[in-house]
Design a protein around this ligand. Structure first.
Ligand code: GDP
Length: 452
């Protein structure tokens, strides 16, 4: 998967030099002093095997200063529009100038991914300007010397991350199914009230469908509707035959649950509210987490609850959060399958959980959040080494999965990971859904050459 890169910046920061280095030929050299008449051109470029296209705006360098202004701005704007990713270049020896800020504003307004490149960063002369770069507010920064070929590793890393992220998003787009197929499974301990609930939900319009292609005979699904949405209830053979066989054996109940979970997108773990959360419920919930399904809790037999209901509900929710940390913030809905109460709220919670499960967080937002989280609570030292957390992207949804670029994966401290995951839940409304975290140690072909 290829992408288009625009190198943006004020004159003389070194755009042509970098362009030449990436394109590999002296394409950008301008032979007429006017230069301004040239059109933007596209050139195939590569960096250590990473292939992309560069939009060349470099010809403008040589233009007379006053003629430059409007023409250059115009060119810059169209280059930004056409690019997938923008490389904003400044000269670190000059620090951040007023002109740099003008370009930065244009780039920011585009909302496209930006790599801020501090050029001419060779030697000591650069040191002063470097800290200045952060004032522009971009979180991906590479220091290079286009002329001496230094810092190409940093640039590679930034571009490679962008490319990966783009590929992964395209995969997600393709794999996302339609809302109509939402299927729900109701699982729980024997006697929690599953059959009663299924019958209550289906009412009279019980319509058996299946077995469908790809679904074994062990499981069929039953269509029903809620507020005009068509849903499927995963109904397993074991559930239907429950009166004939010794269904109450716990082992069988678990096997049944596993089957139902596999076929469902949203799982309702049904508890008996008068005897909530026993060990077997926690086991069942952990199966849902393992399969990465959306999940809610049904607090059934609410009609039998003798305690003050409001306080009792608060207490239960608190307890659930403690005992099921992998579903932090999970919705727990009181209901009575027998009296057909609370069923609408239960289905609403299913829809809500489904939406959260499908959620995608834009990379820019994610990294703005990450930067704040790192500042708020900086990564700890791990055996004498500073933990570094560099960059984050969401690589999948259903359930939400994130990739974190870091300098250590195996040694990544659990407590810090929990801090980040809980922060994600809070900040992006990812309550109650399983979250996957993939730690990736940056693999950089230039790493060996890096000067320390
Ligand atoms: P399953 O084993 O989970 O399928 O549970 P059942 O649906 O067979 O229900 C077990 C028992 O609980 C039955 O006697 C039901 O009538 C009763 N039950 C189910 N839901 C409720 C409810 O909301 N309130 C009350 N009071 N009893 C219920």
């Amino acid at each position: 998967m290829s992408f288009t890169l625009a190198i943006i910046g004020r004159p003389n920061v070194g755009k042509s030099t970098l362009f030449n280095r990436l394109v590999g030929k002296k394409l950008a050299i301008v032979d007429d002093a006017a230069g301004t008449t040239r059109d933007r051109r596209y050139a195939p470029a590569s960096l250590a095997g990473l292939e992309f296209t560069i939009i060349d705006t470099a010809g403008l360098e040589q233009a007379p200063a006053d003629a430059l202004e409007s023409r250059m701005m115009e060119q810059t704007k169209s280059a930004i529009t056409e690019a997938d990713v923008i490389l904003l270049m400044v000269d670190v020896r000059d620090g951040v100038t007023a002109a740099d800020e003008v370009f930065a504003r244009m780039v920011r307004a585009s909302n496209k991914p930006v790599i801020l490149v501090g050029n001419k960063a060779e030697g000591k002369a650069a040191a002063a300007g470097i800290s200045d770069l952060y004032s522009l507010g971009f979180n991906k920064i590479a220091l290079i010397s286009a002329e001496h070929g230094e810092g190409m590793g940093e640039l590679y890393e930034a571009l490679e991350e962008y490319r990966e992220e783009k590929d992964e998003w395209e995969e997600v787009e393709e794999s996302t199914e339609e809302y109509e197929h939402l299927s729900i499974a109701i699982i729980g301990r024997p006697n929690a009230g599953k059959s009663t609930l299924i019958n209550a939900l289906l009412g009279d319009d019980r319509l058996l469908v299946g077995p469908e292609a790809g679904i074994t005979r062990d499981s069929i699904s039953v269509e029903f509707s809620h507020k005009g949405r068509s849903l499927k209830l995963v109904d397993t053979a074991g559930m239907r035959k429950r009166s004939n066989i010794q269904h109450k054996l716990e082992k069988l109940a678990v096997a049944d649950s596993v089957r139902a979970i596999k076929y469902a997108q949203v799982v309702v773990v049904l508890l008996d509210a008068t005897a909530p959360l026993e060990k077997q419920d926690a086991v069942i919930a952990s199966l849902v987490e393992r399969e990465g399904r959306a999940c809610i809790i049904g607090l059934n037999k609410w009609d039998l609850v003798k305690a003050k209901k409001k306080e009792y509900l608060e207490e239960l929710r608190y307890m659930l959060d403690k005992q099921l940390p992998q579903f932090h913030g999970i919705e727990a809905v009181p209901c009575s399958a027998l009296n057909r109460q609370g069923l609408d709220a239960l289905m609403d919670a299913c829809m809500n959980a489904y939406d959260i499960w499908n959620k995608r967080v834009p990379t820019a937002e994610l990294n703005r959040w990450l930067e704040m989280s790192l500042q708020h609570h900086s990564p700890p030292m791990v055996r004498g080494r500073r933990l570094k957390v560099k960059y984050m992207t969401q690589i999948k949804s259903r359930p939400p999965a994130f990739q974190l670029s870091t300098n250590m994966a195996k040694e990544f401290p659990d407590a810090y990971l929990r801090y980040l995951v809980n922060g994600l839940r809070e900040s992006f409304g990812l309550k109650g859904t399983p979250i996957r975290m993939n730690l990736k140690v940056s693999n950089n072909p230039f790493a060996k050459n890096k000067k320390k």
